[in-house]
Design a binder for this molecule. Structure first.
Ligand code: NAD
Length: 429
């Protein structure tokens, strides 16, 4: 297995599905399909740089805690590294490494001149005060100061982080180098060079991809029944935009449970409710409570997992009733489950395509920042739509042309473009 080169630092139970092993399996499958040179495959299977730093933080009660912060840079053949920063208790080095690799293929698939990276700290941000989170973010940034930068590696928000953390990162980096450097992060507030449309971008991208897939299946978005796991940045934006486009969002969930309404939930009201209730959706209106497990197996047209990895596994794949699964989260469907779903004819829109809207608008934010010209939201959304629809069409064509499933089609496009660039650049020295 290619991934054996990465140290296994985590406790691994027999049920543990290693995201890095899965990422390598997808890479190997794409390499086989493309008949890739073995040397190129060997290079692409290893992250270029793996950094783990200690983050000592003084808690509000005076105690000092030392956290581990990771940043993995997978491949910068096409341009600077790019990738989110995740704050979640389940963060591990192998997970961050897998997500960094995914970012490489995602950027290449979308035609964006970036390489893949990812960062993360294993904390539950809900258990830390705003002041503590600021101290953690600033120290993490400071420890990574030599490894990030607008031409080197550009962090963005991911699970558990938002524009607020990006502003702290941008400020810490800028203070350390002695001048303002907005381009060191994307997904930052508009007041310091963020892009209009960035906050909703991943959810908007999901909406475009779902719309295209339904159209290809001869169905309209209007009236389509949709279930969404996760009501954070991505899930809530996708829910709102799908609702506005006329779809019926019949169920949503968060880590503390979900809700269901046969006639479709009032998503704007639900968003307002969640904002007032510390992001909880439980107890909203007349909706019926539903578990996360039951949400996944609801009869619906489209299922959108927008929370964590490994939610659809061999245990529940055969109970999934949706016709289309759009992977808004990274890696929500395991490799084995993916095969079972494909065998049943369920259309699985892979993460490197379905959730690419965020990195697309991050790229547009970076372009605006570098040119000191800022666009209105309409233009940003139009550029996003064009890139997402183009990538969707290319994946469909590749799938048809090679007679391969959508995920493999997306990987062959992403991996193939990086491999081509690596071949053209050659191996140094
Ligand atoms: P977020 O922290 O804003 O929201 C995560 C949501 O998942 C929350 O509603 C949370 O309650 C829910 N959740 C957590 N644990 C859960 C569980 N066990 N069961 C059900 N729900 C659970 O995170 P986000 O930024 O929306 O990211 C969600 C996913 O999308 C992640 O996989 C992330 O990597 C991916 N993603 C995010 C972006 C982005 O721009 N933010 C871009 C691409 C991909």
């Amino acid at each position: 297995m290619l991934s054996s080169s990465l140290p296994r630092l985590e406790q691994e139970s027999p049920a543990y599905i290693c995201p890095y092993d899965q990422a390598c399996s997808y890479l190997e499958a794409a390499a086989k399909e493309l008949q890739l040179d073995e040397g190129i495959l060997e290079v692409l299977s290893h992250p270029r740089k793996v950094v783990t730093v200690s983050i000592p933080v003084k808690r509000d009660n005076g105690q000092v805690q030392v956290l581990a912060g990771h940043r993995v840079q997978h491949c910068d053949i096409l341009g600077p590294y790019k990738g989110g920063t995740r704050y979640h208790p389940a963060v591990t080095l192998r997970e961050v490494s897998a997500l960094a690799m995914l970012m490489t293929w995602k950027c290449a698939l979308l035609g964006i001149p970036y390489g893949g990276a990812k960062g993360g700290i294993a904390i539950d941000p809900k258990l830390y005060s705003v002041g503590e989170l600021e101290r953690i973010t600033r120290r993490y940034t400071s420890e990574l100061i030599k490894d990030i930068g607008p031409a080197v590696d550009i962090p963005a928000p991911d699970m558990g982080t938002s524009a607020r953390e990006m502003a702290w990162m941008m400020d810490t980096y800028s203070v350390n180098v002695g001048h303002a450097v907005p381009g060191v992060v994307t997904g930052k507030p508009i007041s310091i060079g963020g892009s209009r449309g960035r906050e909703m971008a991943t959810g908007r991208g999901v909406m475009f991809i779902v719309r295209e897939a339904l159209t290809d299946k001869g169905q309209s978005l209007v009236g389509a029944r949709i279930a969404i796991q996760g009501f954070g940045n991505v899930g809530s934006a996708a829910a709102l935009l799908l609702h506005e486009a006329g779809a019926k969002v019949i169920a949503v969930s968060t880590g503390s449970g979900g809700i269901f309404c046969e006639d479709g939930l009032d998503i704007p009201a639900l968003k307002a409710y969640a904002a007032e209730n510390r992001k909880s959706i439980v107890g909203f209106g007349q909706a019926t409570p539903i578990s996360n497990a039951d949400l996944l197996t609801l009869p619906c047209d489209v299922l959108i997992p927008a929370a964590l990895e490994n939610q659809i596994t061999e245990d529940n794949a055969n109970q999934i009733q949706a016709k289309i699964i759009a992977e808004a989260a990274n890696g929500p469907v395991t490799l084995v489950a993916n095969q079972a779903l494909e065998a049943r004819g369920v259309m699985v829109l892979p993460d490197i395509l379905a959730n690419a809207g965020g990195v697309v608008v991050s790229y547009l934010e970076w372009v605006q920042g570098l040119s000191y010209v800022f666009w209105d939201e309409e233009r940003v959304n139009k550029e996003l739509e064009q890139l997402m629809v183009q990538a969707y069409r290319q994946v469909m064509q590749q799938s048809l042309h090679r007679q391969i499933p959508l995920r493999l089609a997306a990987y062959t496009l992403g991996v193939g473009r990086v491999a081509q660039a690596l071949g053209d650049r050659g191996l140094y020295p």
